[in-house]
Design a protein around this ligand. Sequence first.
Ligand code: DX5
Ligand code: ZN
Length: 221
Amino acid sequence: MIHIAPSILNANLMQLPALLPRLEGAGAAVLHLDVMDGHFVPPLTFGPMLAGALRSVTGLFLEAHLMVDRPGDLIEDFVKAGCGRVIVHAEATPHLDRLLGAIRKLGAEAGVAINPGTPLAAIEETLGSLDLVLVMTVNPGWGGQKFIPGCIDKLARLKARLDALGLSPHLEVDGGINLETAGQAVAAGADLLVAGNAVFAKPDPIAAFGELTAAARSAKR
Ligand code: DX5
Ligand code: ZN
């Protein structure tokens, strides 16, 4: 089943306790938390305390996308705060396999993200131990950027490789997803589409979420 995962990066945090139950009612399953440390990417966002606060106001599955240096230092805090999935960047650690094992040992799902400039070879050896692969479709750091079309080819090559290996982790895309690009991502194999501005920057985020979900689900695979 194809899902849109709303990202709260550019949302008004004060409005979330009112909006999240409505998003859930509209069929949302996953909430995407963009964690930035001011080092791996220039901006600074939030830490596990906000994840814990969100956990207490929503039943949505929480996934933490760690755009941080030393991601290993934060994994346990995010799992304890209630995140069911932790996604680390391949570029942020020389110990990817160890970190993925640490996430799973804590009882959470393990995901790996790769930047647009990172080749698939960087994650090839870990494919068998992943619950999710996140193919970034913008360079991470900011919401509201333009989708990089070249990433679609990488996504399609990853999908083909996973099929050849008989593996089926979630295939997630993140960055610049809107009514136009959602279909392209689904056609190339994505089943989970992060959307920040296309949901929370719209006058009616719930309606926008519904339209985006419908667009993604009507795309040909
Ligand atoms: C980018 C973040 C994204 C971002 C997506 O660094 O990882 O999750 O919030 O925002 P939009 O959908 O506005 O491109
Ligand atoms: Zn993200």
